[in-house]
Design a protein around this ligand. Structure first.
Ligand SMILES: Cc1ncc(COP(=O)(O)O)c(C=O)c1O
Length: 402
């Protein structure tokens, strides 16, 4: 490289561009041209933020909550998080064991940056949320991807976990319920994981952003609630984005031992500082205000999941598990590979996603983006009407293949 030449550093060069970008970019361009695209690629609830939360934000502005706050988040907000963790999971965290960040994504990023040493191995079960491996790479750690299968409901087995552990393993990222599969671990499954982590002195980054979105009679278990030893080795991530339809408000949090929170606090103090003061006030209402909006959203998501799951399974060549959580289905479309449309040969999930988009104006995310070729991530955070229309489009896209 010539001196003075403007270029990005190696650290950034190593980070991949999201493979979802091409489909998403195309979908955006089609929408901009006024085409009737049904977007099932989105990772956010389609519901409005509940009125009581919006009102709290308006009050926050009128009451001058418009200045810098403490870097870790206001005492009131951390108290609200503390109370919600006690109410929901009987978890006890002190205020200096909680830090609020600008969305759970920043919580995960800061956690990884503050805890992963150079060359530490971090186990990430696949299918994974796209940002985890990239964040570990940015921290100069080594992502160790362990592929789960449909047979285990895309959940990591104790044997797979034990086999992946080496003397360099430092942590595992456990996304429960999972983005992209919607799978949720039972208490017994989590206990098996916790036991292995304890035996090998490995810590767990438990991303529980979808904790409130579980369906039927599935009972969600928060990882640190398994016991004191597990709590000590868990860095818990959560936030308001998914459960309270607040993706744009950018409030997430990390709860862990004080030394970890202190490290994250330092990092955050030299980058973004605290999250928006107005959003923080709104989040207090989300965490400890009335919770009925969550129940209503959950009921609606249940109906949509049941409908889409049953309809997709009726289409020849597509098969789909019924997950317990989040708002995604992860259908297997590999039987449709090696077929041809008029224009494309479908070789992989990206090809199928492009075919579906170009021919039927329906956007989904190819499984390859999540480290799982052969699948699609289909979000049901959309109206029943649109889901019905999308099913017809899926049928048409499959019929077009020979
Ligand atoms: C698994 C998972 N973790 C974290 C996040 C980030 O959430 P936020 O919007 O609060 O940054 C998302 C959002 O898509 C997610 O799916």
């Amino acid at each position: 490289m010539r001196m003075g030449e403007l270029s990005v550093c190696k650290r950034i060069d190593k980070v991949g561009v999201s493979p979802t970008m091409k489909v998403a970019g195309e979908a955006k361009a089609m929408k901009a041209r006024g085409e009737d695209v049904i977007d099932l690629s989105v990772g956010e609830p389609d519901f409005p933020t509940p009125q009581n939360i919006k009102d709290a934000a308006k009050r926050a502005i009128d009451e001058e909550h418009t200045k810098y706050t403490i870097n870790a988040g206001t005492v009131e907000l951390r108290k609200a998080i503390q109370q919600s963790l006690k109410r929901d999971y009987d978890l006890n965290y002190s205020l200096d064991e909680i830090i609020v960040s600008n969305g759970a994504k920043q919580s995960v990023y800061n956690t990884i940056m503050a805890t992963v040493h150079v060359d530490d191995e971090v186990i990430i079960p696949a299918p994974y949320w796209v940002s985890y491996p990239q964040m570990v790479t940015l921290a100069h750690g080594t992502p160790v991807i362990v592929e789960t299968t449909e047979e285990t409901g895309f959940k990591l087995t104790p044997k797979q976990l034990s086999d992946a552990i080496t003397p360099y393993t430092r942590a595992m990222i456990l996304c429960n319920p999972s983005n992209p599969t919607g799978s949720a671990y039972t208490k017994e499954e989590l206990e098996e994981i916790a036991e292995i982590m304890s035996k090998h002195h490995i810590f767990v980054i438990a991303d529980e952003i979808y904790d409130k979105l579980v369906y039927d009679d599935f009972k969600f278990t928060s990882f640190p609630s398994l016991g004191e030893d597990t709590k000590r080795r868990t860095i818990l991530i959560n936030g308001v984005s998914k459960a309270y339809a607040m993706t744009g408000w950018r409030i997430g949090y990390t709860a862990a031992q004080k030394n970890v929170i202190d490290g994250i606090n330092k990092l955050q103090s030299h980058s973004t500082s605290h999250a928006s003061s107005i959003s923080q006030q709104a989040a207090i209402e989300a965490f400890i205000g009335p919770q009925n909006a969550v129940t209503e959203m959950r009921n609606e998501f249940t109906k949509r999941r049941d409908f889409l799951h049953s309809e997709l399974n009726k289409i020849e060549g597509i098969s789909c598990l019924k997950p317990n959580g989040a708002f995604y289905l992860f259908p297997n479309v590999s039987k449709l590979f090696h077929h041809k449309s008029k224009v494309y040969k479908i070789e992989n999930s990206f090809d199928f996603a492009m075919h579906l988009l170009k021919e039927t104006k329906t956007a989904v995310v190819p499984g390859s983006a999540f480290g799982a070729e052969g699948y699609l991530r289909v979000s049901y955070a959309n109206s029943m009407e649109n889901l019905g229309r999308a099913v017809e489009r899926f049928k048409k896209a499959v019929e077009m293949l020979s």
